[in-house]
Write a protein that binds this ligand. Structure first.
Ligand SMILES: Nc1ncnc2c1ncn2[C@@H]1O[C@H](COP(=O)(O)OP(=O)(O)OP(=O)(O)O)[C@@H](O)[C@H]1O
Length: 249
């Protein structure tokens, strides 16, 4: 088999829930080192798309290729084994374990056949800005720091494709800036797909942005271009033709 040009390729994927078509004919190409942000109003299909990409939901039709290998019908653990790691919005922490132990536990599930060294714990604590919190119980962390710990836990799984659901939600202005910096840096070594509502954060990511609306990809390109698009502004940003700026859809 020749080497795949994309890490992940979604081909004409569809998902329906009863009468609702949550994802319609979605094509997606994600490179080996890539950063893609998916935006869209509530109910646009963003979470459903992420579930498809992580293998927790199977498409009713279409295909999903990872390094050219068809994973469409594979179980979620096979996606994880290959390095597709999803961080959900909200908390997935072991509340009663320390920050350090949460990272250790997260790293223990990584398949033995994955290449490369395990991340260094102290470096990870520094990367996520929680070195001073190392011995603190996770439950005691404020919301923003929990988000950072969850990112650290996802990184301990040595992702090749990191899927993030609103990683900057509830963060301070400085936290949002740091998160955007980190994701840009991570995308030099892996693929990162983010779904996000916070437009300031999306702007700071400075990456390819895909707009979903009613399950369909209606635009794809740089955020600078997307932001100026009248239809997108009308549908999502809520400020078409003299409308008021809605930072969150
Ligand atoms: N398990 C489910 N059963 C039935 N309908 C669902 C299910 N999951 C999602 N949907 C519907 O599919 C559509 C897309 O939902 P999805 O959660 O993917 O949108 P979203 O863009 O992530 O929205 P939000 O920004 O509010 O999280 C919505 O109409 C939603 O109600």
């Amino acid at each position: 088999m020749s080497a795949a040009s994309s890490l992940l390729q979604a081909v004409k994927m569809n998902v329906s829930f009863g009468g609702i078509q949550a994802v319609k004919d979605v094509h997606l190409d994600v490179g080996f080192q890539d950063l893609l942000c998916v935006i869209g109003p509530n109910g646009a299909g963003k979470s459903t798309l992420l579930s498809l990409l992580s293998g927790t939901l199977r498409p009713s039709s279409g295909r999903l290729l990872f390094e050219g290998r068809d994973l469409t019908r594979e179980p979620p653990h096979e996606f994880a084994r290959r390095g597709v790691i999803r961080k959900f919005q909200g908390t997935n922490l072991f509340q009663w374990l320390s920050v350090r132990d949460n990272l250790i536990v997260a790293g223990q599930g990584v398949s033995a056949d994955r290449e490369g060294p395990a991340p260094d714990l102290d470096e990870m604590l520094s990367l996520i800005g929680l070195r001073h919190r190392s011995s603190d119980i996770a439950e005691c962390l404020p919301h923003g720091e929990r988000q950072w710990l969850e990112i650290g836990m996802a990184l301990m799984c040595r992702p090749r494709l990191l899927l993030l659901d609103e990683p900057a939600a509830g963060m301070s202005v400085e936290g949002v800036r740091r998160m955007a910096d980190l994701l840009r840096r991570l995308s030099r070594d892996m693929a990162v797909v983010v779904i996000e509502h916070d437009i300031d954060f999306v702007r700071q990511l400075r990456c390819r942005t895909m707009v979903l609306h009613q399950g369909e990809v209606i635009r794809q390109g740089s955020f600078v271009t997307i932001e100026k698009d009248e239809e997108v502004r009308h549908i999502y940003l809520g400020r078409g033709k003299g409308g008021r700026d809605a930072r969150r859809a």
